[in-house]
Design a protein around this ligand. Structure first.
Ligand SMILES: Cc1cc2nc3c(=O)[nH]c(=O)nc-3n(C[C@H](O)[C@H](O)[C@H](O)COP(=O)(O)OP(=O)(O)OC[C@H]3O[C@@H](n4cnc5c(N)ncnc54)[C@H](O)[C@@H]3O)c2cc1C
Length: 474
């Protein structure tokens, strides 16, 4: 980082969201120590600018963008500080990625308790949005596995929070979108594993009703469950797809456990069929990323999934399928993509998603990818989870569809709210202040406002997301 006395000289950068659908010019600093974060806060106060922390920039929306303001690139604070293979406790700087973490702990028989679908995310980014995994129904969100964190507040205080000490702040900062302070160290409890392999059952589901019933009824029998939903098909096939449910192997089930837990075994190959570099694959996917191409691919995928089958695969392959094709999001073209993830109670999900998928077809804006999960509620202040399901839908953005898509997603918001649903601030880029107020509730907003006043009285921490969803209310 440009050292103290700080200036904005040579810090100007153009940043994007993960979906490449948004851009924000910012002044970028890369701290390597907590004190440097404080210096940036002070510079921002002097210049009347706002600050946003940025982990790996893997949020689909504007969570780590701050147009015209300062961005703290946290990737410079990326040391694993302590790792105890006896207890499974690990203490890290916030810029440590999930990749660094699992690669450190797995060879010794541990795995992170909750991971996102990509290993490129940082722990700070994961805590700020309180990520869920394919085991949310069972293990909750990542915050439930954090015994302690420290954070630098814009007031200059370096606070330590645990579920018992500063418990209110603990539950507000985890999920708090980096708007109360910047994490400087994070302790996590890892989960024991007895193999580098995971046992997966895969089976087809013919429609939405069966899809949701299978997620609900099978979740208790597995450690992880996730569905692929063919969002391009309607009529009696609406909601068809495939479920993948997986369980960790028990002690003794894998005779080669010491070998399968080694990193060499967990490697995602760099080349397809041993020949084509995977880094080029997204170019070959691009020509198929249109309504007709995706309909064809989804139909072929569904037909190929008709046979129920069971197999074992490495943890890395199971959890990080989306990392298999580097820069896959580029295949959506120059306009990028928007992901819309809605969380619905189990009683209302089917009706709401039927209406939303049908609406997307009527408007000629089908989603190209649908992913379902089973969830449970949690105690964090800006929680997105509930006792029900989520459906994440990826939409291609073009100059022709941008405005129509924005309207469609706002119409989705109305359907979700009517059905008692919630939204996730790491994904949706259209959620308005009214929609946020409606799903969070007045009481939560008042509470969050109190924390903001206490931790950040001068409103130094702001992001494009914050201004969009809390603009008038906080
Ligand atoms: C392919 C893909 C798959 C995904 N799968 C899942 C999934 O399965 N489950 C899920 O829950 N999410 C998922 N996500 C979303 C992703 O996990 C979150 O957006 C996560 O926040 C990204 O981490 P990041 O380090 O890139 O954070 P960024 O996107 O850079 O930032 C996210 C937020 O964290 C804040 N922040 C970053 N660092 C700090 C810090 N040190 N202190 C305080 N605040 C900070 C930022 O200000 C911002 O508000 C996925 C994303 C992608 C691209």
């Amino acid at each position: 980082m440009a050292t103290m006395s700080l200036t904005l000289d040579n810090t100007f950068t153009q940043l994007e969201n993960f979906g490449h659908s948004l851009r924000a010019p910012s002044y970028c600093f890369r701290p390597t120590r907590a004190e440097e974060i404080l210096e940036v806060f002070n510079l921002a106060k002097n210049l009347g600018l706002t600050v946003t922390a940025r982990g790996a920039g893997r949020s689909y929306n504007d969570a780590s963008l701050n147009g015209g303001g300062i961005v703290l690139d946290m990737s410079g604070m990326n040391q694993i500080l302590d790792w105890d293979p006896a207890s499974g406790l690990v203490r890290c700087e916030p810029g440590v990625t999930l990749k660094q973490l699992w690669q450190c702990v797995e060879p010794e028989g541990w795995w992170p308790p909750v991971v996102s679908g990509t290993m490129k995310t940082t722990l700070g980014g994961c805590l700020a949005v309180n990520i869920h995994g394919k085991n949310n129904f069972q293990k909750g969100t990542i915050g439930e596995h954090v015994p302690e964190f420290t954070a630098m507040l814009p007031t200059g205080a370096l606070v330590t929070c645990t579920p018992k000490t500063n418990a209110d702040l603990f539950h507000a900062m985890i999920s708090g979108l980096g708007m109360l302070g910047v994490f400087t160290s994070i302790t996590l409890q890892m989960k024991r594993i007895y193999s580098g392999l995971i046992a997966v059952d895969a089976w087809p589901v013919p429609d939405l009703s069966r899809h949701l019933r299978d997620l609900l009824e099978n979740a208790p029998r597995y450690d992880y469950i996730v569905g692929w939903l063919d969002t391009t098909t309607g009529g009696k096939n609406l909601g068809r797809g495939q479920i993948h449910a997986a369980r960790n192997l028990k002690e003794g089930e894998d005779p080669d456990a010491q070998k399968t837990m080694q990193l060499a075994f967990q490697h995602l190959p760099d080349r397809l069929f041993g020949v084509m570099p995977k880094s080029l694959l997204h170019y070959f996917m691009s020509p198929f990323m249109n309504d007709l191409g995706v309909l064809g691919i989804n139909t072929a995928k569904y037909l190929a999934s008709l046979r129920k089958h069971t197999f074992r695969q490495s943890h890395a392959e199971f959890h990080f399928l989306l990392d298999y094709v580097p820069s896959w999001e580029r295949s959506f073209g120059r306009g990028g993509l928007i992901q819309y993830q809605s969380f619905l109670p189990k009683e209302t999900a089917e009706g709401a998603w039927r209406e939303m998928i049908q609406l997307s077809h009527q408007r000629g804006l089908p989603s190209y990818l649908g992913v379902t999960k089973r969830h449970r509620p949690d105690q964090f202040l800006l929680s997105h989870a509930l006792d029900g399901f989520s459906l994440a839908m990826d939409f291609k953005v073009t100059n022709n569809t941008r405005a129509k898509l924005s309207q469609l997603l706002q119409d989705f918001d109305r359907i979700v709210l009517k059905a008692g649903g919630r939204f996730y601030f790491a994904k949706n880029s259209e959620t308005s202040a009214e929609a946020a107020r409606a799903f969070l509730g007045e009481e939560t907003l008042v509470e969050f406002k109190k924390f903001k006043k206490r931790c950040d009285p001068n409103n130094v921490l702001e992001s494009d997301l914050f201004r969009r969803v809390f603009g008038q209310s906080i």
